[in-house]
Design a protein around this ligand. Structure first.
Ligand SMILES: C[S@@+](CC[C@H](N)C(=O)[O-])C[C@H]1O[C@@H](n2cnc3c(N)ncnc32)[C@H](O)[C@@H]1O
Length: 214
């Protein structure tokens, strides 16, 4: 995306930016029922809309691109009534330094960069080293919810989730066939829907909920 000149300065003043996320490790959830983390939030629409929809759950959005993070921060700050939303400006390869073991309930991967060339496969947010960290920070019945327009990334990710020991809970190759009011539409998703492209979605769980546990 194009460089946003005011982004650096804006980020340093943002109310919703957590500049030392490692200091919040194990303390994020507080009174909130569930902790959601969106990795690669772009301009932030998804986490903002989800935070509005679920006010008793906490949303933390992560973005490494300075310009996108600046835009997301501004959007989050302007939504003053939304208290259950924070932003981390950083690379998600550090995610297990920001969240404690079993602290996160739902991880969202929305339209992640596909990195189609094999030599960059390690940068994919569903590659093995990321999944190892997700296994650690996800709570016992924690979930990864992934949406993409990219068929190849979808196939790759489903196989990687299975290889890493995650359990398939839901899979759809045309998610917006039905409206799904419970789930917000991201900036990228809006464009794909407008073009009539199908949205692939899967949900993987860390462990299956046992009926005797509930
Ligand atoms: C294709 S965009 C999708 C943005 C948004 N999720 C959407 O659906 O509209 C992918 C975003 O993920 C971010 N990203 C990619 N790898 C990342 C990483 N390792 N840590 C944090 N953000 C990352 C990119 O900077 C980019 O903004």
């Amino acid at each position: 995306m194009r460089k946003v000149k005011w982004a650096v300065e804006y980020l340093s003043d943002s109310q919703k930016l957590v500049s030392h996320p490692e200091e919040k490790k194990s303390l994020w959830k507080g009174q909130y029922r569930l902790l959601h983390v969106e990795i690669g939030c772009g301009k932030g629409n998804y986490s903002l809309e989800m935070a509005r929809k679920y006010p008793d759950e906490l949303f933390v959005a992560i973005e490494k691109n300075e310009s996108a993070a600046g835009i997301a921060a501004k959007k989050f700050d302007e939504a003053m009534e939304v208290k259950n939303l924070f932003l981390i400006h950083g690379d998600a390869s550090l995610i297990d330094t920001w969240f404690a073991k079993e602290e996160v309930d739902i991880l969202h991967l929305n339209f992640s960069d596909p990195w189609p060339k094999k030599r960059y496969a390690k940068r994919r947010l569903s590659s093995a080293s990321f999944l190892q960290q997700y296994q650690s920070i996800l709570s016992k019945y924690g979930q990864i919810q992934m949406k993409t327009d990219n068929e190849k990334l979808f196939e790759y990710s489903v196989l990687e989730f299975l290889k890493a020991g995650f359990l398939l809970d839901d899979l759809c190759v045309n998610y917006r066939r039905e409206p799904h009011e419970e789930d917000a539409i991201t900036e990228y998703e809006e464009k794909f829907i407008a073009n009539g492209q199908p949205i692939y979605r899967c949900v993987f769980k860390k462990e299956k909920e046992n009926e005797t546990d509930s």
